[in-house]
Ligand binder design. Structure first.
Ligand code: FES
Length: 77
């Protein structure tokens, strides 16, 4: 089985590499043909969600999270 990697880019989208099926809330599959790496928006600003359209650059999106807990956002103390 091929490996799937999801990488959080620096202040940008999640980069998904590997054999995945991307579906919407109704279970409909997105056409990902021709996209060897899926760039999924995590800033919330993309006009082409779930895909990144580079809006994150213009709105100053900062994603400080890191594996291991340093700077993790969204945690409840
Ligand atoms: S992460 Fe790129 S537009 Fe949201």
């Amino acid at each position: 089985m091929a490996e799937v990697t999801i990488k959080a880019s620096e202040d940008g989208p999640f980069l998904v590499k590997g054999p995945v099926k991307l579906v919407d809330a109704d279970g409909n599959e997105y056409d990902t043909a021709g996209r060897p790496v899926l760039e999924l928006c995590r800033c919330g600003g993309s006009a082409t969600k779930p895909f990144c359209d580079s809006t994150h650059r213009g709105i100053g999106f900062v994603a400080a999270e890191r594996a291991g807990g340093r700077g993790v956002q969204g945690r409840v103390a």
